[in-house]
Structures are given as structure tokens and as C-alpha cells.
Ligand binder design. Structure first.
Ligand code: PLP
Length: 462
């Protein structure tokens, strides 16, 4: 208890430190009276906040290790403090007018990411998220390869299809193999038959965390004039674990990133950031020409190329850049310290989970996780798609209701024909089966993986 109180006190003093900075910063200008129209009583504030607390109480506890469901976790305290402080200024990184200081921070963090990916040159910036970042990369791809289509796998994020329809680009869906990775034979076949200008490879699919064979796709780039865009919104930071003599993930696809044309990574997934922080990076700075525009009102203070001239969105939070920058000061992009050691715990949690599942044969893994996402189902009764789904729904509900350690999981629909490739005994009485999925993206998951498995064993019983 003592420890907890101490850490709360430490947090309070950190928040005070941030507020002190804001007050002293404001003292640089003459003081003035806040307009009365903006004033509210303390009582009113407290009442409104109480109402808010009541409303947000029913949120899922994403912070807690028993939450092993979707790709969700709160940002690190350092990100919250930096964001909170910068919010008092509310800088806007659309241009140097709006965010002279935070634009510099953004340029720095993007260069750190580019370096992690092995890019010698780059052009990039933060975005509102992975979807916008991918939209931007595919928009640039369309401008550079007009009248040519885009190919991505059936396991690619659903927004790629949406983006293609928005951009009016024909898209081609490539089959996946039994591990959920892009099927290279099918890709070759499509590249031969169709006019495809860009291939999207996913490093860390949303369902299974699978890695498309980017190293082999990059070989095709040499033979044909295609662009390769890497959607590493989820898996991008795992590049850190692909380095060194003892990589903890398959290094080949990550090493091939430097041969690609663009990449997307989401700091709001594995970069400890709050939502509203994605990133797109191009390897050829000349891509900047597709952004050319003429705005009569936004740019006054500088002749330098600035972020507003190379980004699709206009207003963007300078606080997001500040938060990510400060976080990386504390958790640098290193293999064995900083962010690397956090990811390593998540990776170990997934591997330990596989060990536990394979020992008992009470559950079956759908594929062996390549990152930290586990998809699995309970073996019970007849091996039919409908029985698997029924059991999944039962476990999902009961796990949440487990009193001493509530366990939150997520559900995933998979194509029964595809599932049968891994489990030939499956009876396809339905076109789809619902299975369980756990994103083990918090380092604490490693210490709690036995507990998680114990609850799974308990709640699976009829
Ligand atoms: C999360 C995700 C996206 C979408 O990103 P948002 O930040 O949610 O907009 C795209 N692709 C992949 C692989 C993802 O995991």
C-alpha cells in the first residue's frame, strides 16, 4: 500500500512540475484577465467531472494484465505528462506558424523512426493514425503510378480496400497461405495478369500479427517496376527485435524494409502513445512533389520546407509530437533497453502462451504467433465450425465474469476453408468460425501468462 501511495505522490509532483512550467512560460508575456464568458465555478467543474467519471467507469480496463483482448492499452505516463503540458500551448504542426517548437520535435522523432527502419534518406511525418498514414502512402502511389492497381492480401487491414475505393484505384486481393501470410504464387500470378503498380505488404496483420514475406516480395520489385508499401502500423516497432545476433522475431522481412518505398507505423499502438499518432515515411524525398499546393493563408513565417507542405492533413496536434519525442527520450528505439525491452516481454509472453497451449492440447493455436498476437480455440466435442464458435462465445463471456481474476479476450472470425488448411479434421458446417484472440501487447502479460492460461482452462469447462 505504502508503495502505491508513494507512486501517487510522485505522479502528483510530476503533474505539478508540468503546471509550474506552464505558469512560468506564461509569465514571459504581460498578464491579463480571463474574459468572464470563459469562467465557470469550481463547483460546476467538479459536477461535470463527476458526471464524466460516472460515464467512463464502464470502460474496459485496458491497463490491467487480465485485459488480453484487442490492440488496446493506455499510453505511458511520460506520454500523458508531455501531451498534457503541450496541450496548454496547443500547437498545431500544420505549419511553422502553428507549431515552431513542436514541428522540430516531429522532424526529430520521424528521423529516429527512419533510422530504425534503415532508411538513408526519408520524407515523413506523423498522422492522425494508421488509416490516414496508409491513405497518404497509397495516394502518393497513385500519383506516381497512375492507372495502375494496388495489391494487398486478404489479411491486410480492412481500410486498404476503403482507401482504394476512395482514391478510385482498382485493388487486387492476394490469397494468404495457411499461416495468414501473403501467398507469393498468387501474387506472381496477379502481377503477370493485371496492371499493378503497388504491392502492400503487412508486417503484423491485425488478426494474427503475421508477417508477409517482405524479403521475397522485395525481390519481385527488382524484376517489375512496382512500388512496395509496408503497412507496419502494428508490427513496425518490432524492427528493434529483428536486430543483433539473437533476433527475437524473424529478421528477414524487417531487414527488407529499407528496400521499400513507404512504410506506416503507429506510435499509438506499440509506441506507448495516446490515440491520434500514426506515421508515414517515404524513402524517396522526391515524393514531396505530390503534395504541392498553394494555400493563401497558412504559411508566413518561413521559407523552409515544412510539415504542412508534405502532409495530407492540415491541422495536426503538436502535442502528439511532443509526447512521442519525450517518450523516446525515456524509452529510446534500442534493441535491449528502452522500447526494445518492452517489446521483448510481449514477445516472450506470446511464446510462453504457445508453450502452455501446446503442452495440454485443450486449446489449439491457429498459427504460431510471429509477434505478440495469439489466436486460438478450445477443443471440445465435434470439430465443427459451429461448435468452435459456440465454445468461443462461452469462454469469452465466462472469462470476463471470472471473479478473482477477470479475463478479457477478443473474438475473431476466420474463414472455415482457410482454417481447414491447418486443421484437416474440421467439419465446415458454417462458412466461418469464431475463435479467440489475445493481443499480448503489455510487458506485464509475460508475468501473468500462466494466470491467464489458468483462467482459460477453468472457464472452458462445461
Ligand atoms: C491498426 C492498423 C491499421 C489502422 O490504423 P489506425 O491507427 O487504427 O487508423 C492499419 N493497418 C494495420 C496493420 C493495423 O494494425
Amino acid at each position: 500500500m505504502m508503495g502505491k501511495r508513494k507512486s501517487e505522490a510522485a505522479k502528483q509532483s510530476l503533474i505539478e512540475n508540468c503546471l509550474d512550467f506552464i505558469s512560468s512560460w506564461k509569465e514571459e508575456w504581460p498578464s491579463f484577465e480571463t474574459d468572464s464568458s470563459l469562467e465557470i465555478s469550481q463547483e460546476k467543474v467538479l459536477r461535470a467531472l463527476q458526471q464524466l467519471f460516472h460515464r467512463i467507469k464502464k470502460s474496459y480496463p485496458f491497463y490491467y494484465p487480465g485485459y488480453a483482448g484487442q490492440m488496446l492499452k493506455p499510453p505511458h505516463l511520460i506520454a500523458i505528462l508531455a501531451y498534457f503540458t503541450t496541450l496548454y500551448i496547443n500547437s498545431n504542426n500544420h505549419a511553422l506558424d502553428g507549431g515552431p517548437a513542436t514541428s522540430e520535435l516531429e522532424v526529430e522523432v520521424v528521423s529516429w523512426l527512419a533510422e530504425m527502419f534503415g532508411f538513408k534518406r526519408h520524407l515523413g511525418h506523423l498522422t492522425g493514425g494508421g488509416t490516414i498514414a496508409n491513405l497518404e502512402a497509397l495516394w502518393a502511389a497513385r500519383e506516381l503510378h497512375p492507372d495502375q492497381g494496388i495489391a494487398f492480401s486478404s489479411q491486410a487491414h480492412y481500410t486498404h480496400q476503403r482507401v482504394c475505393s476512395l482514391l478510385k484505384i482498382p485493388c487486387y486481393v492476394v490469397n494468404v497461405d495457411r499461416k495468414g501470410k501473403m501467398d507469393l504464387n498468387h501474387l506472381e500470378y496477379l502481377l503477370k495478369r493485371e496492371k499493378i503498380g503497388t504491392v502492400v505488404a503487412t508486417l503484423g496483420t491485425t488478426s494474427f500479427g503475421s508477417l508477409d514475406p517482405l524479403d521475397q516480395i522485395a525481390v519481385m520489385k527488382g524484376k517489375r517496376r512496382i512500388r512496395i508499401h509496408v503497412d507496419a502500423a502494428y508490427g513496425g516497432f518490432y524492427t528493434l527485435l529483428s536486430k543483433g545476433r539473437f533476433p527475437e522475431v524473424n529478421p528477414l522481412p524487417f531487414q527488407a524494409i529499407e528496400q521499400c518505398d513507404s512504410i506506416v507505423v503507429d506510435p499509438h499502438k506499440h509506441g506507448l502513445q495516446p490515440y491520434g499518432c500514426g506515421c508515414v515515411i517515404f524513402t524517396d524525398p522526391a515524393v514531396g512533389k505530390v503534395y504541392q499546393h498553394n494555400s493563401p493563408y497558412t504559411y508566413f513565417t518561413s521559407d523552409k520546407l515544412h510539415l504542412g507542405e508534405i502532409s495530407f492533413e492540415c491541422s495536426r496536434p503538436g502535442a502528439a509530437a511532443a509526447a512521442f519525442w519525450t517518450t523516446l527520450k525515456c524509452f529510446p528505439l534500442k534493441r535491449t533497453t528502452g522500447l526494445g525491452s518492452i517489446l521483448s516481454q510481449c514477445r516472450k509472453a506470446a511464446l510462453r502462451f504457445v508453450d502452455l497451449v501446446e503442452k495440454d492440447e485443450v486449446f489449439k493455436m491457429i498459427t504460431v504467433p510471429e509477434l505478440d498476437i495469439a489466436a486460438y480455440f478450445a477443443v471440445s466435442g465435434k470439430p465443427t465450425a459451429s461448435q468452435i464458435s459456440k465454445k468461443t462465445n462461452q469462454i469469452f463471456k465466462r472469462a470476463e465474469q471470472n471473479k478473482e481474476f477477470p479475463l478479457y479476450l477478443s473474438k475473431l472470425k476466420v474463414d472455415a476453408q482457410w482454417l481447414k488448411m491447418n486443421f484437416p479434421e474440421l467439419v465446415m458446417d458454417k462458412p466461418e468460425a469464431t475463435v479467440l484472440r489475445s493481443v499480448l501487447m503489455k510487458p506485464e502479460h509475460f508475468a501473468y501468462i500462466e494466470k491467464i492460461y489458468e483462467v482459460l482452462l477453468k472457464v472452458r469447462k462445461d
